[in-house]
Design a protein around this ligand. Structure first.
Ligand SMILES: N[C@H](CCC[C@H](N)C(=O)O)C(=O)O
Length: 262
């Protein structure tokens, strides 16, 4: 089978994207998706997404992690798929799509900057050592010092596979405040990739929410990742409740091509 693919990246979180509006790629197997995401034997990506038709929406987002299995919501993926939908002719000032965690709204600024509305958050588990919350995907958030030299892979992996999380898994974010920028630096170990990625949109969102002060008001938090900069804007409405959450940043086409699958 010949596959025509598009490769996108958003702050270095990279994805293979397929236009599946006619259903031609619906039968791809877990092994085939894993193979397409393989950086040596395939196209390479942290995940694969399909652009799908969905009545009542501009499109549906079907997301798979690089292990070939369906993942939960992917923030950078949603931004990249929005840029791709625009390229495919879905030209709306406000784009509405449905993903595994429900409806999303997105706007573009130019061709490769996407603002993506994330689902509201109505609870956060707070522990002296960490926060745990769901921004479309589950995220463990821990503040550390000297994040540049931190062992994200080893420490992230040990949390992801601990007694509590090993069955279902979790994404694990390590966060360091950047006082001069009034922002944060975030590094993430991703479930389903089972490695550190250059950026994780739902993780960056989760980390930014935990960085807000105690006051209920709107916040704008700049976030640095290994792959570039994002901005998270939201309205904190109570001690653990957040609404009108927007993840904003670049989403770019890298290349497109064809690959034959056996
Ligand atoms: N990279 C993604 C997160 C993918 C979620 C996935 N790792 C899972 O837990 O299923 C993001 O930008 O939000």
């Amino acid at each position: 089978m010949n596959i025509h693919f598009f490769k996108y990246q958003g702050t270095g979180n990279d994805f293979v994207i397929l236009d599946n509006r006619d259903g031609r790629y619906t039968g791809l197997t877990e092994e085939q998706i894993k193979g397409l995401c393989d950086r040596r034997f395939g196209v390479g990506g942290d995940g694969l997404m399909m652009l799908q038709v969905q009545e009542g929406y501009d499109f549906a987002m079907q997301y798979y992690n690089s292990d070939g299995r369906p993942g939960s919501m992917c923030g950078n993926g949603g931004r990249c798929l929005t840029a791709f939908a625009w390229k495919m002719g879905i030209h709306q000032e406000h784009i509405h799509f449905i993903a595994s965690d429900g409806p999303h709204e997105a706007t573009l600024e130019g061709e490769d900057w996407v603002n993506l509305r994330m689902k509201n958050v109505d609870s956060v588990e707070t522990d002296p050592a960490f926060f745990y919350l769901n921004t479309g995907s589950p995220h463990y958030v821990q503040y550390v010092s000297q994040l540049s030299g931190f062992e994200v892979y080893e420490k992230g992996r040990s949390i992801r596979y601990n007694e509590r999380f090993k069955a279902v898994g979790t994404n694990v974010n390590f966060v360091e405040p950047m006082p001069a920028e009034n922002g944060i630096f975030v590094r993430t170990y991703e479930r389903g990739v089972e490695d550190e990625t250059y950026s994780c949109g739902t993780g960056v969102t989760a980390a930014a929410l935990t960085y807000a002060g105690p006051e209920a008001r709107t916040y704008t938090i700049p976030v640095k990742t290994l792959g570039g900069n994002l901005v998270v804007k939201f309205n904190k409405t109570g001690p653990h409740t957040y609404e009108d959450i927007w993840l904003c940043g670049p989403a770019k086409l890298v290349f497109e091509g064809n690959i034959a699958l056996d």
